[in-house]
Design a protein around this ligand. Structure first.
Ligand code: AMP
Ligand code: GLY
Length: 426
């Protein structure tokens, strides 16, 4: 089977690494990929959202399955285009991808399905948003409704910060048209977790839980990033909580999407805040998480292509997911300055030494080959991932591997998985 994977981040390297282990695979192409995915197949220089060129390539190379990593091509209708051309495509169609690409749509759907989320309102005019935020004295969260690469969300403890955020999004257009509408919602308190599930339109198969670390700074301080590290499983998600999330969130949203006439297929990612009053949805994403996918793929024992085909063929009830029971921890190494501006082109050394450690794998994200050398090429550069018998060992191993890797200005959080350890010990 020939597979075409779209994307170029750490998530895509983890997916490519797993797809390359499939017995069903003949050849894997990644568009555009990175030096990590190049080790798992062939990279092709077509942008992940150039649907016309991707389709031409797929026909020429007799692609049997297209897998979209990031949200942008899904929101632009890549699955619709491939399905029309009779090529199997893993991911939701454009209308269903609105669950992520339009936070106002997601909020409305949650309301109509009685799914617990933060109370919120949608605004299309800055003046209205300003008046609303000024009228409240609690903290608010201001979100660009469209896609903003995880950076369009502002948690504001003061109304004046909320108004500034709304102005940045709606008037200064910091995220372009993604800021034509905003959602203003209550700030929720608790611990976050990522719940990812395969969905084939009707059947839901929940994966092992995971947890991201969104803020740049240790102790969850500073601005939000794409994600600075992750671990799986997330001890905050007990079996009881997982069944509650399944029953009260995943089942209703999949039903709601069907009733809305936009059946959901692919990976559904629910960003959850575990509050004192129970689980609340922070957001839905329509694809695997980055960096959650790195520890999840390290733990998944089943054949990923088989599962994805079962989703495409609406036969998810016929597969069983097998997991490595051991926990995995992924530490993201980033370019100094990220999520603000940073320099690129710094030589990276030590990946081979890190990979030589038992049960360690270094997934590449913002890297590129330059004159035969590996250099930095993005904000999040590497996802150094380790599996071990317990979280403490996995964390130790991951940082041991991080210590072997060098590039100028490298930055990483030193507290990835501390929250899991604290919960396990208490
Ligand atoms: P989102 O992209 O909507 O998940 O938001 C990104 C991050 O902002 C989340 O992972 C949370 O850390 C934070 N966040 C979003 N919504 C809320 C909320 N209602 N209350 C508290 N934190 C939030
Ligand atoms: N880890 C957050 C995301 O993938 O959106």
């Amino acid at each position: 089977m020939n597979v075409l994977l779209l994307g170029s981040g750490g998530r895509e390297h983890a997916m490519a690494w797993k797809i390359a282990q499939s017995k069903k695979l003949t050849k894997l192409y990644t568009a555009p990929g990175n030096p990590g995915t190049a080790q798992c197949g062939e990279n092709i220089s077509i942008a992940a959202n150039d649907i016309k060129k991707l389709l031409e390539f797929a026909k020429q190379k007799k692609i049997d399955l297209m897998v979209a990593g990031p949200e942008a091509p899904l929101a632009e209708g890549v699955v619709d285009a491939f399905e029309t051309a009779d090529i199997k495509a893993f991911g939701p169609c454009k209308a269903a991808a609105q669950l992520e690409s339009d936070k106002a749509f997601a909020k409305h759907l949650m309301r109509t399905c009685a799914i617990s989320t933060a109370e919120g309102q949608v605004f299309e005019r800055f003046e209205d948003a300003k008046a609303y935020i000024a009228s409240r004295d609690e903290a608010v969260v201001v979100k660009a409704a469209g896609l903003a690469a995880g950076k369009g969300v502002f948690v504001c403890d003061e109304p004046s910060d909320g108004i500034n955020a709304a102005e940045k999004i709606m008037c200064d257009k910091e995220f372009g048209d993604a800021g034509n509408k905003i959602v203003v919602e209550d700030k929720l308190l608790g611990e976050e977790a990522s719940i990812l599930a395969f969905v084939d339109g009707k059947n839901i198969y929940v994966m092992e839980s995971s947890q991201d670390h969104k803020p740049i700074g240790e102790g969850d301080t500073g601005p939000n990033t794409g994600g600075m590290g992750a671990y799986s499983p997330a001890p905050v998600i007990t079996d009881k909580l997982m069944s509650q999330i399944n029953r009260e969130i995943l089942v209703p949203v999949v039903d709601g999407m069907n009733r809305h006439g936009t059946p959901y297929k692919g990976v559904l990612y629910a960003g959850i805040m575990v509050t004192a009053a129970g689980p609340r949805v922070l957001e839905f994403n329509v694809r695997f998480g980055d960096p959650e996918t790195q520890p999840i793929m390290m733990r998944l024992k089943s054949d990923l292509i088989e599962v994805m085909l079962a989703v495409c063929d609406e036969k998810l009830d016929e597969v069983t997911l097998k997991w490595d029971p051991r926990p995995a921890v992924c530490v993201v190494m980033a370019s100094g300055g990220y999520p603000g501006s940073y320099e690129k082109g710094k030589a990276i050394s030590g990946i081979e030494d890190a990979n030589a450690l038992d049960d360690v794998f270094v997934f590449q994200a913002g890297t590129k080959e330059q004159d035969g050398k590996l250099v930095t090429n993005g904000g999040r550069v590497l996802g150094v991932t380790a599996v071990s018998d317990d979280v403490s060992q996995a964390q130790k191993r991951a940082y041991e591997a991080v210590d072997k890797i060098k590039f100028e200005g490298s930055y990483y959080r030193r507290d990835i998985a501390d929250k899991a350890l604290k919960r396990i010990k208490s």
